[in-house]
Design a protein around this ligand. Sequence first.
Ligand code: 5GP
Ligand code: ZN
Length: 133
Amino acid sequence: MTCIFCRIVAKEIPNYTVYEDSHALAFLDIQPLAQGHTVIIPKVHAGTLLDLPDSEAAAWSLAVKRALERVDQIIHPDGFNVGLNHGEAAGQAVAHLHMHIIPRFRADGGGSMHSIIEAPSHLPVEEVAKLFA
Ligand code: 5GP
Ligand code: ZN
């Protein structure tokens, strides 16, 4: 088994658990961007959300909420950034789906999701909407 997060699930690699149930595990990020930075993974291996079986999606989403509640209770941040680096192009380094919970504090100097990228579509939003119609 080479996937590092599957090895954490299998307890071959230790972790600092924040929340655990039969479908998901949340643990402290080893290189935290903020105090209490946590990642939540499904116990089943899935590279991205697109690979996660529908049958696991609801349980994993609920685990994200449970982990968020736990971090909130323990760390008491002023807010959070919660998100996925989904795929290599988006910065995903570990190819096992994981949601980041990053506690945020007033005046911590960080940005919002909107600071991740600024590469607007050459198509106006009305044209993009037609692709979905
Ligand atoms: P990504 O860029 O894939 O979204 O982020 C992967 C995250 O997993 C990184 O923030 C990294 O610090 C964390 N990470 C990688 N390996 C380990 C590990 O062995 N243990 C823990 N707790 N976190 C890890
Ligand atoms: Zn895995």
